[in-house]
Design a protein around this ligand. Structure first.
Ligand code: NAD
Length: 259
């Protein structure tokens, strides 16, 4: 029996085969979970996500469009999920956005109000919006997981407004954990080391960050995205039943040392 056997999960954030959400989904499915997915609206995006799911043998997986910045989209998604599934054991929030114009080293001070608000909305507030709609389907033992990065804790060149959004996301996860604990629902953040994805390539300093981690992390390398998938399975499963409100680093130990 897989450790997620019989569990149903809803995963936000698969864009392509590089996506962290996709690596989490593959590992969750390997461990027995039934995964459902949302994708950014649009025919092209749907086709790309379908193709990705197909490569992992998940052609038949439940898939629904949702722009997480839209309350109407979120309502429609959860209504459809409720009709088709009804039960939810875990949710993965692997979604973030910031205008790449302001993800360049030296541009943080220029961040306009609307860029800041949009980034915080899509990358942090949506954890509340999604959790609120998910809890009616979740039984005690449910697990909600959000993807974050070390730039929430320390200023990382070029990460800029996204770092502020990640700080808000990690704090949001702790407040949700405090409130949802009495329902037996756990909420954690997984802080992944840098990996090359569509989103991370928008961060101006990504190459410098990758090189720095490789040179100085305790494991002397960058992480594989699959390693995020493996650790996520632990956080989504009953193996971590006593863990909530935690930010779990999967970063080759980078956060543990002074660089
Ligand atoms: P990705 O580009 O594959 O995934 C980001 C996802 O966010 C995409 O699927 C995109 O469609 C979705 N998204 C953006 N705006 C949306 C909206 N309004 N509505 C619905 N979906 C929307 O990149 P990724 O690196 O896999 O990112 C996943 C998560 O992991 C993000 O939260 C990111 O910040 C975090 N993270 C990434 C890294 C890294 O180095 N790649 C490190 C730590 C944390």
């Amino acid at each position: 029996m897989g450790i997620l056997e019989g569990k149903n999960g809803l995963i936000f954030g698969v864009a392509n085969e590089r996506s962290i959400a996709w690596h989490i989904a593959q590992h969750a499915a390997e461990h027995g979970a039934t995964c459902a997915f949302s994708h950014l609206p649009g025919e092209k995006m749907e086709a790309r996500v379908r193709k990705t799911l197909g490569k992992g043998g998940l052609d038949e997986a439940w898939l629904h469009p949702c722009d997480v910045s839209s309350d109407d989209d979120l309502d429609a998604l959860f209504e459809a999920y409720g009709k088709d599934h009804g039960a939810l054991d875990f949710v993965v929030h692997s979604v973030a956005y910031a205008d790449r114009e302001y993800l360049k080293p030296g541009t943080f001070v220029d961040t306009p109000r609307d860029v800041f608000a949009q980034s915080l909305d899509i990358s942090a507030y949506t954890l509340i919006a999604i959790s609120r709609r998910a809890i009616p389907f979740m039984k005690p033992g449910g697990s909600i997981l959000a993807l974050t990065y070390y730039g929430a804790e320390k200023a990382a060149a070029g990460y800029n407004v996204m770092g502020v959004a990640k700080s808000a996301l990690e704090s949001t996860a702790r407040y949700l954990a405090a409130e949802l604990g009495e329902r037996g629902i756990r909420v954690n953040s997984l802080s992944a080391g840098p990996v090359r994805t569509l989103s991370s390539m928008a961060v101006g300093g990504i190459d410098t960050i990758l090189k720095k981690v490789e040179a100085s992390a305790p494991l002397r390398r960058n992480i594989e995205t699959a390693e995020v998938g493996k650790s996520a399975v632990y956080l989504l499963s009953d193996l971590s039943s006593g863990v909530t409100g935690e930010t779990h680093h999967v970063d080759a130990g980078y956060n543990a040392i002074v660089t």
